[in-house]
Design a protein around this ligand. Sequence first.
Ligand SMILES: C[S@@+](CC[C@H](N)C(=O)[O-])C[C@H]1O[C@@H](n2cnc3c(N)ncnc32)[C@H](O)[C@@H]1O
Length: 232
Amino acid sequence: MKSDMYSTFAQQYDAVVQDNIYNALLERPTLQSMLDSVEGKDVIDLGCGSGIYAQYFLAQNARSLTCLDFSDDMVAIVENKFGDKVRTYQQDLSKGLPKEEADSYDLAASPLVLHYIEDLNVVMKEVYRVLRSGGVFAFSTHHPFADFECTTTGNYFDRELVQEEWNTVGEPVQVTFYRRSLTEICDAITNAGFSIVKMSEGQVSEEAKNICEETYERLRKNPNFIFFKCQK
Ligand SMILES: C[S@@+](CC[C@H](N)C(=O)[O-])C[C@H]1O[C@@H](n2cnc3c(N)ncnc32)[C@H](O)[C@@H]1O
């Protein structure tokens, strides 16, 4: 899904996620704690944004790293940062992974991307196809419980396209994403053939207290993201 937040504001997004609460002190520590070392592994980053995970995978000496994103601006940032250390290209993940061969990767990571995709079944099946046997798909997405606050239908089990105004990049930006049930997420994972080996609702780092005590307290007491480690 094309979004101003990730194209017009790509540079601002890159600056903000380095040390903000939601990405740096909640999402990354939680998802990264669920991952094994990628040293010597082939990794694909699905919805790579400005490459903050790319940096993490390269620091661990991944054997190869492929990064793709819907936004050309994000892809350009990753190319500028890492050059030929990373294979990059623009791709709408909702259309699958047509440029990738089967059984090519040990890890597929997709932090905070899947809520922009309407039909998770296509993505799950494609990720399953490109992973080697035993390979891992690790992702985070909006927590269904948290997103239910945005419902307009009042039916938790209906998938809904919802719109919110976020201040992530320092100015208000309208963001649209899909709200869906936990059942829908888990069905897409298991129907593709994956086993869920770990699930987490995340834990905000205590450091967040020093940035905004109110946000820290809210995130300590309420789920915001959900994290899955799935295995082929
Ligand atoms: C919240 S950002 C996360 C970026 C990165 N994974 C991170 O953790 O910093 C969401 C990213 O998903 C990308 N995105 C949204 N819809 C997409 C789609 N259909 N296919 C591929 N990327 C998509 C956006 O362009 C954006 O870069």
